[in-house]
Design a protein around this ligand. Sequence first.
Ligand code: HEM
Length: 488
Amino acid sequence: MRPNLTTNQGVPVGDNQNSRTAGQRGPTLLEDYHLLEKIAHFDRERIPERVVHARGAGAHGVFKTETSMYPFTRADFLSEEGRETPVFVRFSTVIHSKGSPETLRDPRGFAVKFYTNEGNYDLVGNHLPVFFIRDAMKFPDMVHSLKPSPETNIQDPDRYWDFMSLTPESTNMMTFLFSDYGTPADYRHMEGFGVHTFKWVNAQGNVVYVKYHWKPVQGIKNLTAEEAAEIQKTDFNHATRDLFDSIEKGDYPEWELHVQIMPLDEYDSLDFDPCDPTKTWPEDEYPLQKVGTMTLNKNPENFFAEVEQAAFSPSALVPGIEASEDKLLQGRLFSYPDTQRHRLGPNYMQIPVNCPYAPVRNNQRDGFMQTKQQNSPVNYEPTRHADAPQEVPAFRDSVQPLPSGYITREKIEKPNDFKQAGEKYRSYTKEEQDNLIKNLTDDLQSVHERTKLLAICNFYRADAEYGQRLADSLGIDISAYTAQLSKM
Ligand code: HEM
C-alpha cells in the first residue's frame, strides 16, 4: 500500500490538487494550512550559494595511510600504516554561479574532509599548486575583479587583467591558469594541492613545514580551449556527470597523497619565502613522499544535503597539524566558518555531512536550528564535577619562537614574483607554450592598452621570450621597453 501524503505536522492530506476556496471559483481561504505551508517552504528552498566555489560536485570515500608520518606529525590518522579514515570530497569551479558551465578557465577547488578519530581535518586546496595573491587583504578585491561586472553582470577580462597586471605576484598563477591546466578535462583527471605551507608537529613537539600534493591515479588530462568550447556547446555538467557515472559503475577514482617536508630553518638559504602561496617548492630539493591513497567510492544520496551543505575550512585542523605564518592562510582561517555561519546558520556543524565522527563535547548550547543538544547541566569548565569534559594538556598547541620582532603592515622580504613563472613557462612543451600564448592573446585582446602592456611586462620579466612572444601575438611593439625590462 502507498504511504499517506501528510502535512508538515504529519496529518494525512485529503486533497493535494485543489486549494480550499469560497465557492468553486475562489477566492482562496487563509485557513488552508497545507497550501500556505507548501508554498512558504518552497519560497525558502534556496540558501545563499557559496560566495566563491559555488558550482561543485562531491563524493564519499576512504583515505588509507600507507606510510606512517609519525616521525613528523602526531596526527593520529597519519600515524599508522593501514589506517583507514572516511572522507568526503567536494570539487568545484571558483568564480561563476551555481549553474555555470564546468568547462570554464578557472582554478578547480579540491576540498577533502577527513573524519578522523581526533576530530575533523579539512584539506581545502585547489588543482593548481600556487595562488594569485599572498595576503588575505587582497582577496575580496581579487574576487571582485574576477566576478561579473556590477554594471553588466558579465565577466570582463579588462577588470581582472587590470587587477592582475598591477599584482605582479599573480604572474606565476596566470602562467598555470592560461595554460591548458586551467581547463582540466574533468575532476577525476586533475591534481590537487594544499597550496599553503602548513606545520606538522610530532609527539616530541618538533615542527616542520609541509606542502600537500594529490596525484590522480587516473592520470592528468586537460582540454585545449577548442575542446572545452566544443563540450560546452552541448553539456555544462560534464565534470559532475563524469564523477557521478564513474562511481556509479564502480570505477572508483583514486588519488595518492604526497607531501614535501622542509625544516623550519631553511629561510636564509632560499630565494623565496617558504610560506608564500605564490610559490612551489623545488621537488629535487624537497622530494615528494607518499603518505597514502584516497578512493572515492560512494555518490551522495542527496546533493543538497551532502554537497551543498558541506562546510570545509582550512581552520579545521587536528593535533599535529597547524597553520603556518602564511598571510593568505591566516585570513582563510577566519573566513570559512564566518561565511558558513551566514550560509548555513550557527549550528552548521550539526548537519550530518559536517558532523565529526569523533564525539563533540564543547559546552556550546542552543542557537538557531539546534538539533544535538548536549544534555549535561554542567555546561561550563572548569568544574569540580568528575563526569564533565575537561581540557587535555597533552593536546596543547606547539610552542614556537616568533618569526620576527615587530608589528607592521609590510610586503614579505623575498617576493621574487617572476622567477618561478619563467621556470614554469620553460618547463612547458612547445605545444603547451603555443596554447598558453594563444589563450593569453585571446583573453588580453579586449583589455585596455595600458593593462595589456603591464601584463606583457610581467611575463617578460618572468622570461624574455615569453613576454616577447605574447607582445608579437598581440601586435604590440615593446622594443622601447625591453632594454629597461631586462635590467629589472
Ligand atoms: C571556498 C574564502 C583562498 C580554496 C571559499 C569560500 C570562501 C572562501 C568564503 C566559501 C566557503 C563556503 O561557503 O563554505 C577565501 C579567502 C581566501 C581564499 C578569504 C584568501 C584569503 C583560497 C585558496 C584556496 C581556496 C588559496 C586553495 C588553496 C577554496 C575551496 C573552496 C573555497 C576549495 C570550496 C570549498 C567547498 O567545496 O565547499 N573560499 N578563500 N581558497 N575556497 Fe577559498
